[in-house]
Design a protein around this ligand. Structure first.
Ligand code: CMP
Length: 219
């Protein structure tokens, strides 16, 4: 049994009434992960949805030669692992902890039963999938319309959020996997931003000095 409010806070479960959320939460368990622990691999048969309660989980695809493309980063309150509940095609990507993390593991069975009893709740589930599709469309458009420095600036701004000073939650290699370019080219773009006075960087600590220029470069 986990605290039902953890589930109720996610878009997928928000449409369910409190008693249904409590019923689903009664079947959920907590799982603790260390850095780099793999939760599941692409193609694996799936049985659970996950909600992050602390830490960060990387959703990634891997090329046959071992390169990694980071599809999404999941943080506290984010839900993932729902796609294979709908299509039963196995996991669409790997999930790996980037730092010590805790997730709530929710088996598909109780979720399916809750939705079967209230089909109207599928609206909020579809909204979650559409949100992912929109983000994927935008990422695809970025790879066509933006160059590597543009995509690097955009990703850094996304990772920074509102803050001007931030710590990158991922390695340079992982950032390159998110940008969709080699580490060398992403490093070169960052060095360029530092030279231009838009950014300072020490290891994983970044300070945005000129947000306006960096934002312009990300368009
Ligand atoms: P599933 O296919 O079960 O396992 C991998 C999970 O990663 C998937 O469900 C989604 O929850 C998540 N995922 C896959 N692709 C994306 C994406 N483009 N954006 C955000 N999350 C995704």
């Amino acid at each position: 049994m986990v605290d039902p409010s953890v589930l109720a806070g996610t878009r997928l479960f928000s449409a369910l009434p409190p008693d249904a959320v409590a019923e689903v939460a009664g079947h959920a368990v907590e799982r603790h992960l260390g850095r780099n622990d793999v939760l599941f691999r692409e193609g694996e048969t799936a049985a659970d949805i996950y909600v992050v309660t602390s830490g960060r989980i990387a959703i990634a695809n891997r090329s046959p030669d071992g390169r990694e493309s980071l599809v999404a980063l999941m943080g506290p309150g984010d839900l993932f692992g729902e796609m294979s509940m709908f299509d039963e095609q196995g996991r669409s990507a790997d999930a790996r902890a980037l730092e010590p993390s805790t997730v709530v593991v929710v088996p598909f069975g109780p979720v399916r039963r809750a939705v079967d009893a209230r089909p109207e709740t599928l609206w909020s589930m579809v909204a979650l999938l559409v949100e992912r599709l929109r983000a994927a469309d935008e990422a695809l458009a970025d790879t066509v319309f933006l160059d590597v420095p543009g995509r690097t600036a955009k990703r850094l701004l996304e990772l920074a959020g509102e803050a001007d000073e931030f710590q990158l939650p991922i390695t340079q290699e992982e950032l390159a996997g998110m940008v969709g370019a080699s580490r060398e080219r992403v490093n070169k773009a960052i060095s360029q931003f530092v030279r231009l006075g838009w950014l300072t960087q020490t290891d994983r600590r970044y300070t945005i000095v000129d947000r306006i220029q960096l934002t312009r470069r990300a368009r």
